[in-house]
Ligand binder design. Structure first.
Ligand code: ZN
Length: 270
């Protein structure tokens, strides 16, 4: 399933949860419901962070063409820098002032090469940085253990394969348990966001089950669910996406009307 399908399925799943739990959507305060659905939309996209060229990954890295250019610039600058350092060692005696100036610029070339190389790997840098910060928050500031799980996940995401460990039901179960416990320490508003994120995450896995690649178990890798019902981004997926959005809108209207009636009845009674 592609990003449009995942978002539609996650929003529909979040809407169903809101529909099933009336306490989440009173007409006087719709924010918990809105946050739950927003959390579901985010949760429906995040698992594909393990896809090197997925939608979320593209937000935190340069385009393929620019990455290629940055790598070339990096290699060129490093080679020039190393060459100039070698020249500095080679020219032992007094040299022309312009050559001396050129040789002294070697650290600048090396620095440019390192910066371009790092920029080409921006996604890895950001994911690793977030992972390290979360691990530090857990270790130093005594954050909830789910921060350590998330930290380790961010660190391994650049090196694991797409639809690998991050897409396994076991990882989803661990994340669900950790986030659920963490949410109990938060105000109601944020709880809705976290619960929505969990719903969106599972909706993402459900969406991937429909496709050819499917998802597989972490503990028993031979256990794999790949229903092969449609091709990624194909017409069937587009129909499912439309159906999910239509169902969500329908449920939102039903929710609004039903809650409005309750509100009117309560007002009349008062
Ligand atoms: Zn996926």
């Amino acid at each position: 399933m592609n990003k449009k399908g995942h978002v539609a399925l996650a929003v529909a799943s979040g809407t169903l949860v809101v529909f099933a739990l009336p306490s989440l959507s009173s007409i006087s305060n719709i924010m918990p419901a809105v946050l739950l659905i927003a959390g579901a939309a985010v949760g429906g996209l995040v698992p594909d962070l393990d896809h090197k060229t997925g939608t979320i990954s593209q937000l935190i890295q340069f385009s393929a063409a620019r990455r290629k250019l940055l790598k070339t610039l990096s290699l060129f600058s490093l080679l020039v820098g190393v060459f100039l350092i070698a020249c500095g060692k080679w020219f032992d005696g007094p040299v022309d002032r312009s050559i001396e100036w050129l040789i002294s610029s070697a650290p600048l070339w090396i620095g440019t090469g390192i910066i371009c190389g790092l920029a080409a790997k921006l996604r890895v840098l950001i994911l690793s940085g977030v992972g390290i910060l979360l691990l530090l928050a857990y270790g130093i500031y005594d954050w909830h253990w789910v921060a350590a799980v998330a930290g380790c996940s961010f660190l391994i995401v650049p090196i694991v394969k797409h639809r690998g460990i991050i897409h396994t039901p076991e990882f989803a179960a661990l994340l669900t348990y950790g986030l659920y416990l963490f949410a109990t320490q938060l105000p109601d508003m944020l709880q809705g966001l976290i619960h929505g994120f969990i719903v969106g995450w599972w909706a993402h896995l459900l969406g991937d089950c429909f496709g050819r690649e499917g998802i597989q178990s972490l503990i028993i890798p031979k256990v794999k669910i790949a229903l092969k019902l449609f091709v990624n981004g194909g017409s069937t997926e587009r129909w499912i996406t439309r159906f999910c959005w239509s169902a969500s809108f329908f449920l939102w209207i039903v929710l609004f009307i039903s809650r409005s009636n309750i509100f009117t009845q309560v007002s009349l009674f008062q």
